[in-house]
Structure formats: structure tokens, C-alpha cells
Design a protein around this ligand. Sequence first.
Ligand code: DON
Length: 304
Amino acid sequence: MDYQKILSEIERDVQPSIGQGRVADYIPALSQISPNMFGMALQEVDGAAFHTGHSAVPFSIQSVSKLFTLTMAVQLEGEALWKRLGREPSGSAFNSLVQLEYENGIPRNPFINAGALVLADVIVSHVSNPKAAILEFVRNLCGNPDIEYDQAVAQSEREWGDRNAALAHFMKSFGNLKNSVDEVLDTYVHHCALKMSCIDLAHAFRYLAHGGCNPDTGERLMSTSQTKRINALMLTCGVYDAAGDFAYRVGLPGKSGVGGGIVAVMPGKWSTAVWSPALNGKGNSLVGTLALELLTTKSELSIF
Ligand code: DON
């Protein structure tokens, strides 16, 4: 398969759509990014790497980071995690409060904000310096010691994060947050503010295409069955209430962030990451979704 040719064709084919959609502006520090950026990278589990466009430019990965924290939380607590988290699509916005009340403070899934706050709480419970532990985990997976938090984005999200604070306090009132709301929010806004490029992300997430093993080191991060479960959660909950449309068009497990990044995994073969900051009405990268649809159409590879 000539992936480099496919990526170059995709970059050409998406040009007319670049500029459609809206860059997220509810975190002021995110709103300053140009909507005209486009990058894409694909890395096979054996290490062969392909990229195009602004694929080496670090951007704010936002909710894509929830895949890292979910993996860490699964390592730390295994099946016990699911006493505090559901595994169903939410059918509502990623920062919605309403379901939590009906469902007694148990978030529908680990990828909506409430669920990711529970993951942050699990990490805070187990490690003495959660921000350092998450950074080390991500740097090791990428083989890139230069990955950092964007402190301006973390600070901006903390200042404008009243809704996340509300979710955290609400869950604490149900006993589903064990640590201080401040510490959990601080951990959460930092992992959302990780700055990574498409090349970093495609490299990092190959373990999800490789049965839970880091293909660089052979290290096992999770069992094959836990890896299957995370991929299943990505498919059903990874792009919020656009999961049906994304499965229909792209046909791969994927995880998006409001910084305009999306990662997707073709089990047994590769992981890919795309970045274009302008979002569609569901909060997913408009051009990124199109690029992934073109990738599975042109390569004739998907999980279906
Ligand atoms: O909690 C927030 O608002 C952001 N830090 C993360 C949101 C996000 O990326 C949701 N995604 N699509």
C-alpha cells in the first residue's frame, strides 16, 4: 500500500473544505490558532511512517489525551474502574451535566468530561505527582522527551472551566471523586493541554493497533482483551454524539479533541492522526473527519 501517495492525495482533496467549520473559542487560548492548518501522519506497527502537511507542528491535543489517561487508569485499577464509569455512548454534549444527576454521579463513559475527571481522580489517588507521571508516560510512548504541557492553555482552561468544576463537585457529592476537586481539575486541564504533533500521536497510539504492546520496546501496556475494550469504547464513544456518523463514514475507532486533532486505529496495521482546527457542529475536526473518511475509502481498509 502506498500510504505516502494516499496522504498526499488526501491533502489535495481536502483543500476546498479547509476554512469551513469553527475553531473552538470557549477556551480563549485555543481560539488563536489559524483554521487553515492541516496535517496528517500514519505509522504502521512495524515502524514505517508517512506524513503530510503540518504534521510536525505541535498542537493542543485536548480530549485525545483521555486515551492516555484511560490507559493509565486501566493499568492502575483494571476492572474495578467500571464500578465508577459507564461504557455507553452519552448521546449528549461532552460537557453535559444533566445525565449525571439521573445516573447518580456515574459518568456514561470515560471520554465525556465527567468520565475523564474520574480517570484523573484515579491517577491522583495512585501517584504522588500525577502531572509528571502522565508526561513521562506520553513521552515514553512517543519516544519524544520534548513533549510538554502548554501552560497558557492549561491556565486558560482553568480560568474558563466553571462547567468542569461543576461536574467535579457534583460527582464528589455522589462520592465518585475521592480527591480534592482542585487537584483533579489541575491534572485534567494539564493533560488536555498536552502539545503534540500528528507524528507524535500516530507514533504513540500504535499500541492500540498492536494488541496493547509498545511496538518500539515490546513492553506490554495492557492485555489484548483490555486493548479490544479501549478500541471498542473509541468506536462507540470517542467522538461524542457523532459516533454513528463517524463509524458510518470512517469505519475506525477514533478519538477527537476540540483542538482539532483526531486519532484513529486500524487494529493489526497502523495508527493515524490528523489535525485541522476548525470544528463541525458536534465539536470534531471537520476536515479531519473528511480526511479519515478519504483514508479508509482510498486504502479500502476499515474494521468493517
Ligand atoms: O474539558 C474541556 O473542555 C477540554 N479540555 C477538552 C474538551 C475536548 O477536547 C472535548 N472534545 N472534543
